[in-house]
Design a protein around this ligand. Structure first.
Ligand code: ATP
Ligand code: MG
Length: 252
């Protein structure tokens, strides 16, 4: 039992979700470590969505709404943290959902498919033989993707992703939107668009933005993308962390 007044109650509840996913057999043990890395950065950004993430999310939704074949790539951590929101966002932006695991096993893929179906997904790509297309230049099991999904996608949304994988997708000419709370990770640096925030907070905000921005015309959406500069956003996030640490050091 986590006490009601625990200062990190929310974070501990989320941690239990991740542990449950491990026990249920669809999260690899390495996923726990990846989660811990993220928790640390959440401390640094102040455990709330900052302006740099808001700007990135707006551009991300514009990109997803203009995409021909958008895909949300799902791994164990994402399925553990935001299963319902993945399905809701996919509906809002008309995206396909594809399971894509670093430590790929058929059992884990099927379990994630089950989690997503329970959350309301009608179709889940990338499970078993469906992941038959090969992404070149990648030396992990992730090189296998669905011909109906990531293989033909123009925009791919990934969360808690690995750097090599992100790079491979970018090299294939895809626009990669990464949700990664660490602005220094290779994923954050490689992605076409980086949302530096906790995925738990990102999904609900992206769903609201999608509902709103769907009403905009294509030119308006394109303008948002044209004005967006990912390097500036990464710089902004690093400056924010550094200034915040400085402020905190002064207040001790
Ligand atoms: P890279 O491979 O991109 O260099 P890495 O090896 O440091 O990154 P991985 O374990 O491959 O890290 O990927 C997990 C990434 O997801 C990390 O950058 C981590 O900070 C981030 N992350 C973890 N939890 C969350 C979360 N709740 N929301 C957003 N990002 C998260
Ligand atoms: Mg990595």
């Amino acid at each position: 039992m986590i006490p009601e007044n625990h200062p990190r109650r929310e974070s501990l509840i989320i941690r239990e979700k991740v542990v449950k996913a491990l026990e249920d057999g669809y999260l690899a043990p390495q996923g726990l470590i990846a989660h811990g890395r993220g928790e640390c950065f959440d401390y640094l950004i102040g455990e709330k969505t900052q302006e740099f993430a808001m700007k990135a999310m707006k551009a991300a939704i514009a990109m997803l709404l203009l995409a021909k074949n958008p895909v949300i790539s799902v791994n164990g951590n994402m399925a553990a943290l935001v299963p319902d929101d993945i399905v809701r966002l996919a509906e809002e932006i008309n995206a396909k959902i594809e399971v894509n695991l670093f430590y790929r096993t058929l059992d884990r893929e099927k379990k994630i498919e089950e989690v997503l179906k329970r959350a309301g997904a009608k179709e889940v790509l990338g499970v078993g033989d469906d992941a038959s297309a090969v992404i070149p230049e990648l030396f992990s099991e992730r090189r296998r993707v669905s011909k109906k999904g990531i293989y033909i996608a123009d925009v791919v949304l990934v969360g808690l992703e690995d750097g090599d994988r992100t790079e491979a997708l970018v090299k294939m000419g895809k626009k990669v939107i990464a949700i990664d709370i660490n602005p220094l990770s290779r994923t954050s640096q490689m992605a076409s668009l980086t949302i530096v925030d906790n995925i738990i907070r990102v999904f609900p905000k992206m769903i609201s933005l999608a509902k709103e921005m769907k009403k905009s015309d294509k030119d308006e959406l394109q303008k948002i993308i044209n004005q967006y500069n990912n390097k500036e956003i990464l710089k902004e996030s690093l400056r924010f962390i550094s200034e915040r640490m400085n402020q905190l050091s002064l207040s001790l």
